[in-house]
Ligand binder design. Structure first.
Ligand code: SDX
Length: 425
Protein backbone atom coordinates (compact mmCIF):
# COMPACT_ATOMS: atom_id res chain seq x y z
CA UNK A 1 0.00 0.00 0.00
CA UNK A 2 1.06 3.65 -0.28
CA UNK A 3 0.09 6.63 1.92
CA UNK A 4 -0.68 8.33 -1.36
CA UNK A 5 -4.26 8.72 -2.57
CA UNK A 6 -5.83 9.82 -5.86
CA UNK A 7 -8.69 12.28 -6.06
CA UNK A 8 -11.33 11.85 -8.74
CA UNK A 9 -13.85 14.62 -9.37
CA UNK A 10 -17.10 13.51 -11.09
CA UNK A 11 -20.39 15.42 -11.32
CA UNK A 12 -19.06 18.00 -8.85
CA UNK A 13 -18.27 15.36 -6.25
CA UNK A 14 -14.78 14.25 -5.37
CA UNK A 15 -13.74 10.73 -4.50
CA UNK A 16 -10.53 9.72 -2.79
CA UNK A 17 -9.08 6.47 -4.11
CA UNK A 18 -6.21 4.53 -2.53
CA UNK A 19 -2.90 4.32 -4.41
CA UNK A 20 -0.86 1.14 -4.23
CA UNK A 21 2.84 0.90 -5.00
CA UNK A 22 4.79 -2.25 -5.91
CA UNK A 23 8.32 -3.22 -4.94
CA UNK A 24 9.60 -1.77 -8.24
CA UNK A 25 7.81 1.56 -7.67
CA UNK A 26 4.97 0.77 -10.08
CA UNK A 27 1.90 2.66 -8.97
CA UNK A 28 -1.82 1.98 -9.36
CA UNK A 29 -5.05 3.67 -8.38
CA UNK A 30 -7.13 1.04 -6.62
CA UNK A 31 -10.63 1.40 -8.11
CA UNK A 32 -12.15 -1.67 -6.42
CA UNK A 33 -14.63 0.55 -4.53
CA UNK A 34 -15.20 3.15 -7.27
CA UNK A 35 -18.56 1.81 -8.49
CA UNK A 36 -19.96 1.45 -4.98
CA UNK A 37 -18.92 5.02 -4.17
CA UNK A 38 -19.72 6.80 -7.44
CA UNK A 39 -21.75 4.45 -9.64
CA UNK A 40 -18.99 4.77 -12.25
CA UNK A 41 -16.79 2.02 -13.64
CA UNK A 42 -13.68 2.54 -15.77
CA UNK A 43 -13.37 1.33 -19.37
CA UNK A 44 -10.06 0.18 -20.91
CA UNK A 45 -10.42 -2.09 -23.95
CA UNK A 46 -7.57 -4.60 -24.12
CA UNK A 47 -6.68 -3.69 -20.52
CA UNK A 48 -3.83 -1.51 -21.85
CA UNK A 49 -3.82 0.57 -18.65
CA UNK A 50 -5.50 -1.79 -16.21
CA UNK A 51 -3.86 -4.09 -13.68
CA UNK A 52 -5.75 -7.33 -13.01
CA UNK A 53 -3.80 -8.43 -9.94
CA UNK A 54 -0.68 -8.05 -7.83
CA UNK A 55 1.98 -10.68 -8.40
CA UNK A 56 5.46 -11.54 -7.11
CA UNK A 57 6.43 -13.87 -9.96
CA UNK A 58 7.73 -11.79 -12.88
CA UNK A 59 8.73 -8.17 -13.24
CA UNK A 60 9.17 -6.48 -16.58
CA UNK A 61 9.98 -2.90 -17.38
CA UNK A 62 8.89 -2.14 -20.94
CA UNK A 63 10.72 1.18 -21.16
CA UNK A 64 14.07 -0.26 -20.02
CA UNK A 65 13.76 -3.75 -21.53
CA UNK A 66 14.02 -5.50 -18.17
CA UNK A 67 12.63 -9.02 -17.54
CA UNK A 68 13.18 -10.83 -14.21
CA UNK A 69 11.74 -14.08 -12.83
CA UNK A 70 11.42 -13.87 -9.02
CA UNK A 71 14.04 -11.08 -9.11
CA UNK A 72 16.62 -12.87 -11.27
CA UNK A 73 17.30 -11.38 -14.75
CA UNK A 74 16.73 -13.55 -17.80
CA UNK A 75 20.27 -12.68 -18.89
CA UNK A 76 21.66 -14.32 -15.72
CA UNK A 77 19.21 -17.24 -15.77
CA UNK A 78 19.96 -18.15 -19.41
CA UNK A 79 23.68 -17.93 -18.66
CA UNK A 80 23.78 -19.80 -15.32
CA UNK A 81 20.60 -21.87 -14.90
CA UNK A 82 18.53 -24.42 -16.85
CA UNK A 83 14.87 -24.65 -17.80
CA UNK A 84 13.82 -27.13 -15.09
CA UNK A 85 15.54 -25.06 -12.39
CA UNK A 86 13.84 -21.91 -13.72
CA UNK A 87 10.51 -23.79 -13.72
CA UNK A 88 11.05 -24.63 -10.05
CA UNK A 89 11.98 -21.00 -9.32
CA UNK A 90 8.82 -19.67 -11.00
CA UNK A 91 6.48 -22.24 -9.42
CA UNK A 92 7.90 -22.36 -5.88
CA UNK A 93 9.48 -18.92 -5.61
CA UNK A 94 13.12 -19.76 -4.92
CA UNK A 95 15.99 -21.43 -6.77
CA UNK A 96 16.12 -25.06 -5.56
CA UNK A 97 19.10 -26.42 -3.65
CA UNK A 98 20.63 -29.60 -5.06
CA UNK A 99 18.39 -31.95 -3.09
CA UNK A 100 15.26 -29.99 -4.03
CA UNK A 101 16.28 -29.90 -7.72
CA UNK A 102 17.14 -33.60 -7.83
CA UNK A 103 13.79 -34.47 -6.19
CA UNK A 104 11.90 -32.21 -8.64
CA UNK A 105 13.74 -33.67 -11.63
CA UNK A 106 13.32 -37.26 -10.38
CA UNK A 107 9.62 -36.65 -9.89
CA UNK A 108 9.22 -35.26 -13.39
CA UNK A 109 11.22 -38.07 -14.98
CA UNK A 110 8.90 -40.64 -13.36
CA UNK A 111 5.77 -39.06 -14.78
CA UNK A 112 6.79 -38.61 -18.42
CA UNK A 113 4.77 -41.63 -19.59
CA UNK A 114 1.19 -40.97 -20.69
CA UNK A 115 -1.80 -43.36 -20.63
CA UNK A 116 -1.93 -45.56 -23.74
CA UNK A 117 -5.54 -44.44 -24.28
CA UNK A 118 -4.15 -41.02 -25.22
CA UNK A 119 -3.30 -42.62 -28.56
CA UNK A 120 -7.01 -43.19 -29.18
CA UNK A 121 -7.62 -39.44 -28.70
CA UNK A 122 -4.68 -38.64 -30.94
CA UNK A 123 -5.89 -41.02 -33.64
CA UNK A 124 -9.24 -39.22 -33.62
CA UNK A 125 -7.52 -36.15 -35.12
CA UNK A 126 -6.79 -35.90 -38.84
CA UNK A 127 -3.04 -35.51 -39.49
CA UNK A 128 -3.90 -32.09 -40.97
CA UNK A 129 -5.06 -30.82 -37.54
CA UNK A 130 -3.11 -27.83 -36.21
CA UNK A 131 -0.80 -29.05 -33.41
CA UNK A 132 -2.05 -26.40 -30.96
CA UNK A 133 -5.62 -27.70 -31.15
CA UNK A 134 -4.45 -31.25 -30.57
CA UNK A 135 -2.15 -30.22 -27.71
CA UNK A 136 -4.87 -28.30 -25.85
CA UNK A 137 -7.18 -31.32 -26.21
CA UNK A 138 -4.57 -33.76 -24.88
CA UNK A 139 -3.82 -31.46 -21.93
CA UNK A 140 -7.54 -31.20 -21.15
CA UNK A 141 -7.84 -35.00 -21.37
CA UNK A 142 -5.67 -35.18 -18.22
CA UNK A 143 -8.83 -34.16 -16.32
CA UNK A 144 -10.28 -37.53 -17.37
CA UNK A 145 -7.23 -39.65 -16.54
CA UNK A 146 -6.70 -37.85 -13.20
CA UNK A 147 -10.22 -36.94 -12.02
CA UNK A 148 -8.86 -36.06 -8.58
CA UNK A 149 -7.19 -33.06 -10.29
CA UNK A 150 -10.64 -31.57 -10.94
CA UNK A 151 -10.73 -30.18 -7.40
CA UNK A 152 -8.15 -27.38 -7.14
CA UNK A 153 -8.77 -27.14 -3.39
CA UNK A 154 -7.14 -30.47 -2.58
CA UNK A 155 -4.00 -30.76 -0.46
CA UNK A 156 -0.74 -29.03 -1.38
CA UNK A 157 0.77 -32.47 -2.10
CA UNK A 158 -2.05 -33.32 -4.53
CA UNK A 159 -1.76 -29.95 -6.31
CA UNK A 160 2.01 -30.47 -6.52
CA UNK A 161 1.41 -33.91 -8.08
CA UNK A 162 -0.87 -32.33 -10.72
CA UNK A 163 1.89 -29.80 -11.41
CA UNK A 164 4.55 -32.51 -11.76
CA UNK A 165 2.30 -34.55 -14.06
CA UNK A 166 1.69 -31.78 -16.59
CA UNK A 167 5.32 -30.56 -16.52
CA UNK A 168 6.39 -34.17 -17.19
CA UNK A 169 3.80 -35.09 -19.79
CA UNK A 170 3.63 -32.03 -22.01
CA UNK A 171 6.92 -32.84 -23.82
CA UNK A 172 5.55 -36.34 -24.48
CA UNK A 173 2.26 -34.85 -25.71
CA UNK A 174 4.06 -32.34 -27.94
CA UNK A 175 6.26 -34.98 -29.56
CA UNK A 176 3.29 -37.34 -30.05
CA UNK A 177 1.32 -34.52 -31.71
CA UNK A 178 4.22 -34.05 -34.12
CA UNK A 179 4.66 -37.77 -34.82
CA UNK A 180 0.92 -38.17 -35.43
CA UNK A 181 1.03 -35.26 -37.87
CA UNK A 182 3.83 -36.79 -39.96
CA UNK A 183 2.48 -40.32 -39.71
CA UNK A 184 5.42 -41.71 -37.76
CA UNK A 185 5.18 -44.04 -34.76
CA UNK A 186 5.39 -42.18 -31.46
CA UNK A 187 8.46 -42.48 -29.23
CA UNK A 188 8.33 -43.22 -25.54
CA UNK A 189 10.26 -41.10 -23.04
CA UNK A 190 13.89 -41.98 -22.32
CA UNK A 191 14.29 -41.34 -18.61
CA UNK A 192 18.07 -41.47 -18.85
CA UNK A 193 18.02 -38.08 -20.63
CA UNK A 194 17.51 -34.53 -19.37
CA UNK A 195 14.26 -32.66 -20.09
CA UNK A 196 15.27 -31.10 -23.42
CA UNK A 197 17.29 -34.07 -24.74
CA UNK A 198 14.39 -36.41 -23.95
CA UNK A 199 12.00 -34.11 -25.83
CA UNK A 200 14.27 -33.89 -28.88
CA UNK A 201 14.71 -37.66 -28.93
CA UNK A 202 10.94 -38.24 -28.73
CA UNK A 203 10.52 -35.74 -31.56
CA UNK A 204 13.19 -36.96 -33.95
CA UNK A 205 14.22 -40.54 -33.14
CA UNK A 206 13.24 -43.03 -35.84
CA UNK A 207 12.71 -46.76 -35.33
CA UNK A 208 15.92 -48.77 -35.79
CA UNK A 209 18.01 -45.61 -35.85
CA UNK A 210 20.29 -44.52 -33.03
CA UNK A 211 19.37 -40.92 -32.13
CA UNK A 212 21.86 -38.83 -30.22
CA UNK A 213 20.67 -35.29 -29.34
CA UNK A 214 23.21 -32.63 -30.36
CA UNK A 215 24.31 -30.89 -27.12
CA UNK A 216 24.39 -27.54 -28.94
CA UNK A 217 20.74 -27.99 -29.97
CA UNK A 218 19.74 -29.17 -26.49
CA UNK A 219 21.43 -26.13 -24.96
CA UNK A 220 19.81 -23.74 -27.43
CA UNK A 221 16.39 -25.27 -26.75
CA UNK A 222 16.91 -25.03 -22.99
CA UNK A 223 17.70 -21.30 -23.34
CA UNK A 224 14.66 -20.72 -25.58
CA UNK A 225 12.37 -22.41 -23.05
CA UNK A 226 13.82 -20.23 -20.24
CA UNK A 227 13.17 -17.09 -22.31
CA UNK A 228 9.53 -18.09 -22.86
CA UNK A 229 8.88 -19.28 -19.30
CA UNK A 230 6.79 -16.38 -18.00
CA UNK A 231 5.79 -12.86 -18.94
CA UNK A 232 3.47 -11.51 -16.23
CA UNK A 233 -0.16 -10.83 -17.28
CA UNK A 234 0.00 -11.49 -21.06
CA UNK A 235 -3.07 -12.70 -22.97
CA UNK A 236 -2.63 -16.45 -22.37
CA UNK A 237 -1.56 -16.06 -18.72
CA UNK A 238 -4.54 -13.80 -18.04
CA UNK A 239 -6.67 -16.53 -19.65
CA UNK A 240 -5.19 -19.18 -17.34
CA UNK A 241 -5.85 -16.96 -14.34
CA UNK A 242 -9.43 -16.09 -15.25
CA UNK A 243 -10.34 -19.70 -16.09
CA UNK A 244 -8.69 -20.85 -12.84
CA UNK A 245 -10.53 -18.12 -10.89
CA UNK A 246 -13.80 -20.04 -11.47
CA UNK A 247 -12.11 -22.96 -9.62
CA UNK A 248 -11.69 -24.88 -12.87
CA UNK A 249 -8.82 -27.36 -12.61
CA UNK A 250 -5.17 -26.67 -13.41
CA UNK A 251 -5.39 -28.81 -16.56
CA UNK A 252 -8.55 -27.06 -17.82
CA UNK A 253 -6.90 -23.67 -17.14
CA UNK A 254 -3.69 -24.62 -18.95
CA UNK A 255 -5.66 -25.99 -21.90
CA UNK A 256 -7.44 -22.62 -22.15
CA UNK A 257 -4.07 -20.84 -22.00
CA UNK A 258 -2.79 -22.96 -24.91
CA UNK A 259 -5.75 -21.85 -27.00
CA UNK A 260 -5.20 -18.18 -26.16
CA UNK A 261 -1.50 -18.49 -27.04
CA UNK A 262 -2.44 -19.93 -30.47
CA UNK A 263 -3.55 -16.57 -31.85
CA UNK A 264 -1.17 -14.92 -34.39
CA UNK A 265 -1.13 -11.69 -32.37
CA UNK A 266 0.25 -13.65 -29.41
CA UNK A 267 2.25 -16.88 -29.40
CA UNK A 268 1.08 -17.79 -32.90
CA UNK A 269 3.29 -14.93 -34.13
CA UNK A 270 6.38 -17.16 -34.22
CA UNK A 271 4.70 -19.30 -36.90
CA UNK A 272 3.39 -16.18 -38.69
CA UNK A 273 6.91 -14.64 -38.74
CA UNK A 274 8.45 -17.55 -40.64
CA UNK A 275 5.48 -17.68 -43.03
CA UNK A 276 5.95 -13.94 -43.58
CA UNK A 277 9.72 -14.27 -44.13
CA UNK A 278 9.18 -17.18 -46.52
CA UNK A 279 6.66 -15.20 -48.57
CA UNK A 280 9.03 -12.19 -48.68
CA UNK A 281 11.82 -14.52 -49.86
CA UNK A 282 9.52 -16.04 -52.49
CA UNK A 283 8.59 -12.52 -53.60
CA UNK A 284 12.23 -11.66 -54.23
CA UNK A 285 13.27 -10.52 -50.73
CA UNK A 286 12.37 -6.86 -51.25
CA UNK A 287 12.51 -5.70 -47.63
CA UNK A 288 11.53 -2.09 -48.42
CA UNK A 289 8.35 -3.23 -50.18
CA UNK A 290 7.21 -5.03 -47.03
CA UNK A 291 8.19 -2.22 -44.69
CA UNK A 292 5.97 0.05 -46.83
CA UNK A 293 3.14 -2.52 -46.77
CA UNK A 294 3.36 -2.70 -42.95
CA UNK A 295 3.00 1.10 -42.77
CA UNK A 296 0.07 1.26 -45.21
CA UNK A 297 -3.17 1.49 -43.23
CA UNK A 298 -5.09 0.15 -46.22
CA UNK A 299 -2.89 -2.91 -46.37
CA UNK A 300 -3.74 -5.68 -43.86
CA UNK A 301 -0.07 -6.76 -43.83
CA UNK A 302 1.59 -6.48 -40.40
CA UNK A 303 5.26 -7.00 -39.66
CA UNK A 304 4.79 -10.13 -37.57
CA UNK A 305 7.21 -10.48 -34.67
CA UNK A 306 7.33 -6.69 -34.35
CA UNK A 307 5.75 -4.55 -31.68
CA UNK A 308 4.72 -5.30 -28.14
CA UNK A 309 2.07 -4.16 -25.70
CA UNK A 310 4.65 -3.51 -22.98
CA UNK A 311 8.17 -3.34 -24.45
CA UNK A 312 8.60 0.12 -25.94
CA UNK A 313 12.36 0.05 -26.39
CA UNK A 314 13.42 -3.49 -27.09
CA UNK A 315 12.33 -6.98 -26.02
CA UNK A 316 15.33 -8.30 -24.04
CA UNK A 317 14.40 -11.82 -25.08
CA UNK A 318 14.67 -10.92 -28.78
CA UNK A 319 18.23 -9.65 -28.23
CA UNK A 320 19.32 -12.96 -26.66
CA UNK A 321 17.45 -15.08 -29.23
CA UNK A 322 18.95 -13.11 -32.15
CA UNK A 323 22.44 -13.81 -30.79
CA UNK A 324 21.53 -17.49 -30.26
CA UNK A 325 20.19 -17.73 -33.81
CA UNK A 326 23.58 -16.75 -35.23
CA UNK A 327 25.37 -19.19 -32.91
CA UNK A 328 23.03 -22.16 -33.53
CA UNK A 329 22.98 -21.74 -37.31
CA UNK A 330 26.73 -21.31 -37.61
CA UNK A 331 27.27 -24.21 -35.19
CA UNK A 332 25.04 -26.42 -37.33
CA UNK A 333 26.57 -25.05 -40.52
CA UNK A 334 23.15 -23.84 -41.68
CA UNK A 335 22.82 -20.78 -43.93
CA UNK A 336 19.14 -19.81 -43.76
CA UNK A 337 18.33 -16.95 -46.17
CA UNK A 338 15.33 -15.94 -44.06
CA UNK A 339 17.72 -14.96 -41.23
CA UNK A 340 19.26 -12.35 -43.51
CA UNK A 341 15.78 -11.16 -44.54
CA UNK A 342 14.81 -10.89 -40.84
CA UNK A 343 17.93 -8.86 -40.06
CA UNK A 344 17.26 -6.66 -43.09
CA UNK A 345 13.68 -6.01 -41.95
CA UNK A 346 14.86 -5.16 -38.43
CA UNK A 347 17.52 -2.78 -39.73
CA UNK A 348 15.11 -1.03 -42.12
CA UNK A 349 12.31 -0.77 -39.54
CA UNK A 350 14.55 0.65 -36.81
CA UNK A 351 15.49 3.49 -39.18
CA UNK A 352 11.90 4.20 -40.21
CA UNK A 353 9.86 6.91 -38.44
CA UNK A 354 6.65 4.83 -38.57
CA UNK A 355 8.20 2.11 -36.41
CA UNK A 356 10.33 4.42 -34.27
CA UNK A 357 7.39 6.73 -33.46
CA UNK A 358 5.23 3.75 -32.51
CA UNK A 359 8.10 2.14 -30.62
CA UNK A 360 7.84 -1.08 -32.64
CA UNK A 361 10.83 -3.38 -32.14
CA UNK A 362 11.43 -7.10 -32.69
CA UNK A 363 9.71 -9.16 -30.00
CA UNK A 364 10.34 -12.66 -28.69
CA UNK A 365 8.72 -14.21 -31.75
CA UNK A 366 10.80 -12.47 -34.42
CA UNK A 367 13.89 -14.69 -34.34
CA UNK A 368 12.77 -17.74 -32.36
CA UNK A 369 11.27 -19.54 -35.37
CA UNK A 370 14.60 -19.36 -37.19
CA UNK A 371 16.19 -21.40 -34.42
CA UNK A 372 13.31 -23.88 -34.19
CA UNK A 373 13.58 -24.39 -37.97
CA UNK A 374 17.32 -25.02 -37.70
CA UNK A 375 16.48 -27.67 -35.09
CA UNK A 376 14.24 -29.40 -37.64
CA UNK A 377 10.99 -28.35 -35.94
CA UNK A 378 8.25 -27.65 -38.51
CA UNK A 379 6.63 -24.20 -38.61
CA UNK A 380 3.22 -25.25 -37.32
CA UNK A 381 4.91 -26.70 -34.22
CA UNK A 382 6.55 -23.38 -33.27
CA UNK A 383 3.69 -22.23 -31.03
CA UNK A 384 3.70 -25.64 -29.36
CA UNK A 385 7.33 -24.87 -28.46
CA UNK A 386 6.18 -21.54 -27.02
CA UNK A 387 3.61 -23.43 -24.90
CA UNK A 388 6.30 -25.84 -23.65
CA UNK A 389 8.34 -22.86 -22.46
CA UNK A 390 5.38 -20.93 -21.02
CA UNK A 391 3.96 -23.85 -19.05
CA UNK A 392 5.83 -23.20 -15.76
CA UNK A 393 4.77 -19.55 -15.91
CA UNK A 394 1.14 -20.50 -16.40
CA UNK A 395 1.40 -22.98 -13.51
CA UNK A 396 3.06 -20.41 -11.23
CA UNK A 397 0.46 -17.74 -12.02
CA UNK A 398 -2.46 -20.20 -11.55
CA UNK A 399 -0.96 -21.34 -8.22
CA UNK A 400 -0.44 -17.75 -7.00
CA UNK A 401 -4.03 -16.82 -7.94
CA UNK A 402 -5.36 -19.87 -6.06
CA UNK A 403 -3.16 -19.37 -3.01
CA UNK A 404 -4.17 -15.70 -2.84
CA UNK A 405 -7.83 -16.82 -2.96
CA UNK A 406 -8.51 -14.26 -5.69
CA UNK A 407 -12.21 -13.73 -6.57
CA UNK A 408 -13.73 -15.08 -9.81
CA UNK A 409 -12.81 -12.75 -12.67
CA UNK A 410 -15.93 -10.97 -13.93
CA UNK A 411 -15.31 -7.60 -15.68
CA UNK A 412 -18.09 -5.03 -16.11
CA UNK A 413 -19.20 -3.39 -19.38
CA UNK A 414 -20.93 -0.30 -20.73
CA UNK A 415 -24.12 -1.35 -22.54
CA UNK A 416 -24.68 0.35 -25.90
CA UNK A 417 -27.60 -1.68 -27.25
CA UNK A 418 -31.38 -1.01 -27.53
CA UNK A 419 -33.27 0.46 -24.58
CA UNK A 420 -36.24 -1.63 -23.43
CA UNK A 421 -38.66 -2.42 -26.24
CA UNK A 422 -41.74 -4.67 -26.59
CA UNK A 423 -42.49 -7.37 -29.15
CA UNK A 424 -45.07 -5.74 -31.38
CA UNK A 425 -47.17 -8.38 -33.17
C1 SDX B 1 3.75 -12.06 -27.67
O1 SDX B 1 1.93 -9.51 -23.89
C2 SDX B 1 2.96 -10.27 -23.89
O2 SDX B 1 3.77 -10.25 -22.98
C3 SDX B 1 3.05 -11.22 -25.09
C4 SDX B 1 4.35 -11.98 -25.22
C5 SDX B 1 4.54 -12.99 -24.10
O3 SDX B 1 5.70 -13.34 -23.83
O4 SDX B 1 3.50 -13.50 -23.58
O5 SDX B 1 5.44 -11.08 -25.24
C6 SDX B 1 4.36 -12.80 -26.52
O6 SDX B 1 2.58 -12.19 -27.90
C7 SDX B 1 4.60 -11.12 -28.47
C8 SDX B 1 3.79 -10.35 -29.58
C9 SDX B 1 3.64 -11.28 -30.79
N1 SDX B 1 2.74 -10.66 -31.80
C10 SDX B 1 3.20 -10.16 -32.96
O7 SDX B 1 4.39 -10.10 -33.24
C11 SDX B 1 2.10 -9.68 -33.91
C12 SDX B 1 2.50 -8.33 -34.51
N2 SDX B 1 2.44 -7.31 -33.46
C13 SDX B 1 1.22 -6.62 -33.28
O8 SDX B 1 0.04 -7.12 -33.76
C14 SDX B 1 1.16 -5.72 -32.04
O9 SDX B 1 2.36 -5.05 -31.98
C15 SDX B 1 0.87 -6.38 -30.71
C16 SDX B 1 -0.35 -7.21 -30.77
C17 SDX B 1 2.02 -7.21 -30.27
C18 SDX B 1 0.67 -5.26 -29.69
O10 SDX B 1 -0.46 -4.59 -30.08
P1 SDX B 1 -1.01 -3.30 -29.26
O11 SDX B 1 -0.20 -3.04 -28.05
O12 SDX B 1 -2.48 -3.47 -29.10
O13 SDX B 1 -0.68 -2.14 -30.25
P2 SDX B 1 -1.59 -1.69 -31.44
O14 SDX B 1 -2.05 -2.88 -32.23
O15 SDX B 1 -2.62 -0.76 -30.89
O16 SDX B 1 -0.54 -0.90 -32.35
C19 SDX B 1 -0.18 0.45 -32.05
C20 SDX B 1 0.18 1.05 -33.40
C21 SDX B 1 -0.93 0.89 -34.44
O17 SDX B 1 -0.75 1.95 -35.39
P3 SDX B 1 -1.67 3.28 -35.22
O18 SDX B 1 -3.13 2.80 -35.17
O19 SDX B 1 -1.22 3.94 -33.95
O20 SDX B 1 -1.37 4.09 -36.49
O21 SDX B 1 1.31 0.34 -33.96
C22 SDX B 1 0.91 -0.32 -35.17
C23 SDX B 1 -0.61 -0.41 -35.14
O22 SDX B 1 -1.13 -0.44 -36.47
N3 SDX B 1 1.52 -1.65 -35.14
C24 SDX B 1 2.07 -2.27 -36.18
C25 SDX B 1 2.56 -3.47 -35.68
N4 SDX B 1 2.29 -3.57 -34.37
C26 SDX B 1 1.63 -2.44 -34.04
N5 SDX B 1 2.19 -1.89 -37.48
C27 SDX B 1 2.83 -2.78 -38.29
N6 SDX B 1 3.36 -3.97 -37.89
C28 SDX B 1 3.23 -4.34 -36.59
N7 SDX B 1 3.73 -5.50 -36.17
Amino acid sequence: MSSNTAELKIDGKSYELPVIEGTENEKAVDISKLRAQSGYITLDQGFKNTGSTTSSITFLNGEEGVLRYRGYSIEELTAKSNFLEVAYLLIYGELPNKAEFDHFQENIIHHTLVHEDIKKILDGFPSSAHPMGVLSSLVCSLTAFYPESLDPNRSKEEVDLSIIRIMAKIPTFASWVYKHKIGHPVNYPDNSLDYCSNFLKMMFALPAEKYQPDPAVTDALDKLLILHADHEQNCSTSTVRIVGSSQASLYASISAGINALWGPLHGGANQAVIEMLESIKKDGGDVKKYIDKAKDKDDPFRLMGFGHRVYKNFDPRAKIIKKNADEVLSGLGIKDPVLDIAKGLEEAALQDDYFVERKLYPNVDFYSGIIYRAMGIPTDMFTVMFALGRLPGWIAQWKEMRENKEPIGRPRQIYTGYNERKIER
